[in-house]
Design a protein around this ligand. Structure first.
Ligand code: MG
Length: 272
């Protein structure tokens, strides 16, 4: 969508819902935009209801883009994590991605039997040049004992940046327990899909990493305020957006001085 102000200046924003991850549906977003019509006021943007987080982000980031104080710094692949294919194919893909300048990779785990996956992982880590980081993403697919195996293995390997969503999103207490037992950091993704869940997870005591999809996390200024107030350790990631939404998310990341690489790699489209 595009906003044009009284002076004729325009800014774009992207509404990229992913309903299976907790946002509104595309139909609900379209229905709301049609209901608003051709003219929208700033207060109507501020009043977009919480049931429409992707609309909040799209309109909110377009509104924010009118502020010329926020210039987008130049981002390179160094700032972005690349998704490796699962299983042994990751080892074959690594050299090409390294030559494109990626220095952080994500590899899905919990896909193959754990013994087989740990064996591939040992080979994969040997293929990583010094300074390159690897994230392990379980998508909530491990049980407690398997999560302990991965945490214990990963804790001895300094190139592992974190393990993402080892347990199902409803097992927060168990995840907090794991985070206290192992030095390898744990990131939550599915557990913190929406702004409500980010707040609830923080209130429940999670002090590890938050993987946040800004495209469905509502108003960018509200998200930024919460991250800063609580000094959250954050990784931003993709909601399959085009460059419009990606630019807005990268701009937000820059304004927050986020230090971890973001999950906006071109091969990241089907990441969850
Ligand atoms: Mg994930």
């Amino acid at each position: 969508m595009q906003l044009t102000d009284e002076r004729g200046r325009s800014q774009s924003g992207e509404i990229a819902p992913i309903p299976w991850f907790g946002s509104e549906s595309l139909e609900s977003a379209i229905e709301w935009c049609q209901h608003i019509g051709d003219t929208i006021t700033t207060s109507q943007i501020y009043g977009i209801p919480d049931r429409l987080p992707a609309c909040q982000f799209g309109f909110g980031s377009a509104l924010t883009a009118f502020n010329p104080a926020l210039d987008l710094p130049c981002h390179t692949n160094l700032d972005i994590s690349a998704l490796l294919p699962s299983g042994a194919a990751a080892i074959d893909c690594l050299p090409a991605l390294l030559s494109q300048g990626y220095a952080t990779f994500k590899w899905k785990i919990g896909v193959l039997p754990i013994a087989q996956e740990l064996a591939i992982w040992a080979q994969l880590t040997m293929a990583l040049p010094p300074g390159v980081k690897l994230r392990l993403d379980a998508n909530g697919g491990l049980n407690y004992a398997q999560a302990e195996q991965w945490l214990s293995a990963g804790s001895c390997q300094p190139q592992i940046e974190f393990i993402e969503q080892p347990l199902a999103p409803n097992l927060l207490a168990e995840t907090i327990d794991l985070a206290q037992k192992y030095p390898l950091p744990i990131a939550l993704d599915e557990s913190v899909a929406t702004f409500d869940r980010i707040q609830a997870t923080y209130a429940s005591g999670w002090r590890g990493i938050y993987v946040i999809k800004p495209g469905i996390a509502g108003f960018p200024w509200r998200l930024a305020e919460f991250i800063q107030r609580h000094q959250l350790d954050v990784v931003f990631s993709s909601v399959l957006e085009t460059n419009v939404g990606k630019t807005a998310a990268l701009q937000l990341a820059s304004s927050l001085n986020l230090t971890r690489s973001m999950g906006f790699g071109v091969d990241d489209w089907f990441e969850e």
